[in-house]
Write a protein that binds this ligand. Structure first.
Ligand code: PLP
Length: 394
């Protein structure tokens, strides 16, 4: 497959019909933990699966091509991918991270900071003054999440990269919420792209995995070395499944975001909904930037119920088609309550600063029929004040 192939073609066909022994069209899975040496002092292309494995290498190659990077390192989870990028920092280095970053990322950063592994500055990256003053400290790394979780805030990757360059900082973008089908941060200037392959890339909610794609081959090598040292490289079976999921990445994401747009428009007009956060709505503050740097608005959204935790609890227990579960990016639609689930580990203060209220609900929109999804949300919203009504009539 030539380097210039469209990412859509890479997803569908990278590594297809490349196996010589049997002429297998689908790349076979190679589970072997160890590989024979062709001779004394002569290593083959793979020697031990922690270090490298044919199935994982094909996934890494596919991810690198999809994101337009020099190479990729496939690891055991999205958290391991973020930790792999952070592993390149030393104790005096500063990393700038979004004030509203993913809950697991927040926990990882605090725990490593408290052990003296690096210094952290939480910054609202849309606040130009705050970002400028943080840059004066000469950070080594800026971590970006756009759209953010769960409020779908958008930051301008190109603009932040330009500022990072002035102080020599590298930029890593967690691209989990969009996938390379909708956003390619390296083309916007980023040095690293991070994925939880658990989400859209695998797309079927049946593995936990992660990857880092680097623009520069020296960075790829450094990350590969570290992943081998600490032993966080991904399992071959998970790599096989992720690759299988990637074959349908583009059509899945395109269908899911069509559904998400319809759901967002429904929620926006509902009387029990105080706000709907979806970058595809013209009223969303990040709409213009999202339109410029993304090739679609994605299939994640969140909304605020009029009310708080009680109303949110009733709502999530009333949905029938949506599953009440964490995670995202699968073929099935999920509903989650960030304040008590994905972001429960954050302090009340940090949650408040990030704007995560008790009435906030997050949706991951799947491949079901849009009208069925809307009907389910409609009946669950109607159920919110039902317990009150039955009490009143009793
Ligand atoms: C899920 C997620 C992660 C963590 O990935 P795991 O595979 O669960 O370890 C990191 N960042 C974002 C944006 C995520 O959604």
């Amino acid at each position: 497959m030539s380097e210039s192939m469209n990412p859509r073609t890479v997803a569908a066909a990278n590594g297809i019909a490349a196996e010589d022994t049997f002429g297998a069209v689908t790349p076979p899975i190679c589970l072997s933990s160890t590989f024979t040496w062709p001779g004394f002092g002569r290593k083959g292309p793979h020697d031990y699966t922690r270090t490298s494995n044919p199935t994982r290498t094909l996934l890494a190659d596919t991810l690198a091509k999809l994101e337009g990077g020099a190479g990729a390192v496939v690891v055991s989870s999205g958290m391991a991918a973020i930790d792999l990028v952070l592993s390149q920092l030393s104790s005096d280095d500063i990393v700038i991270v979004p004030h509203d970053c993913y809950g697991g990322t927040h926990r990882l950063l605090l725990n490593r900071r408290d052990r003296g592994h690096f210094k952290v500055r939480f910054v609202d990256q849309n606040d130009k003054a705050a970002l400028a003053s943080a840059l004066k400290e000469k950070p080594k790394l800026i971590l970006i999440e756009t759209p953010s979780n769960p409020l779908m805030r958008i930051v301008d990757i190109r603009a932040i990269v330009a500022q990072a360059r002035t102080v020599g900082a590298k930029v890593a973008v967690d691209n989990t919420f969009l996938s390379p089908a909708l956003q390619r941060p390296i083309a916007l200037g980023a040095d690293f792209v991070i994925h939880s392959t658990t989400k859209y890339l695998n797309g079927h909610s049946d593995i936990v995995g992660g990857a880092v794609i680097a623009a520069d081959s020296a960075d790829v090598e450094a990350l590969e070395t570290w992943a081998n040292i600490v032993g966080t490289t991904g399992a071959p079976f998970d790599s096989f499944l992720a690759l299988r999921g990637i074959r349908t990445l583009f059509p899945r994401v395109e269908c899911q975001q069509r559904n998400a747009q319809a759901v967002a428009e429904f929620l926006l007009s509902h009387p029990l909904v105080a706000a709907c956060h979806y970058p595809g709505l013209p009223s969303h503050p990040g709409h213009a930037v999202a339109k410029a740097q993304q090739s679609g608005f994605g299939a994640m959204l969140s909304f605020e119920l009029k009310g708080g935790e009680v109303e949110a609890g009733r709502f999530v227990e009333a949905v029938r088609l949506f599953c009440f579960a964490e995670s995202l990016g699968g073929t099935e639609s999920l509903v989650a309550h960030p304040a008590t689930m994905t972001h429960a580990g954050m302090s009340d203060e940090a949650r408040k600063a990030a704007g995560i209220t008790s009435g906030l609900i997050r949706l991951s929109i799947g491949l079901e029929d849009a009208a069925d999804l809307i009907a389910d949300l409609d009946q669950a919203l109607a159920a919110i004040d039902r317990p009150v009504r039955s009490q009143a009539s009793a």
